[in-house]
Design a protein around this ligand. Sequence first.
Ligand SMILES: N[C@@H](CCC(=O)N[C@@H](CS)C(=O)NCC(=O)O)C(=O)O
Length: 135
Amino acid sequence: MAIVRWFLGRLILLVNALIPVGGSIKRTPEAQVLVDRKTASLTLYEFKACPFCVKVRRGVKRLALNIETRDAKRCEKAREELLHGGGRVKVPCLRIEAENGDVHWKYESTDIISYLQQHFSIEQEQNAQHHAPSH
Ligand SMILES: N[C@@H](CCC(=O)N[C@@H](CS)C(=O)NCC(=O)O)C(=O)O
């Protein structure tokens, strides 16, 4: 069974490498710096060959986000962080640290992608700029 899982994992990684992520967001360098500042408070806990993690990583790439990833399968420290912080070793899980220091652990690939789209799609960023107070 372990060998089948290993093989499927490699297959998922291969297919992921072969199919390009289409329609990625392109930002100006200045806009990317601002987004990078926001995503510095996010950490994605994952297993490299988990299909749900691949799905989230592709979403992250499509949104051109730089999010730190931690491998909860190979790295014992990351596994412990996920278990104690989130409550269970299930991936993908996005750790979200708010400006006031509050931490939220978001499980479920679909919910993680929705959260990222809500906060980092181009439309969202343009809306935020539009409503920002002008000086
Ligand atoms: N519905 C979840 C499924 C995630 C899932 O099943 N992840 C597996 C790895 S591929 C896992 O962490 N299993 C451990 C567990 O469920 O305790 C999602 O879309 O994120």
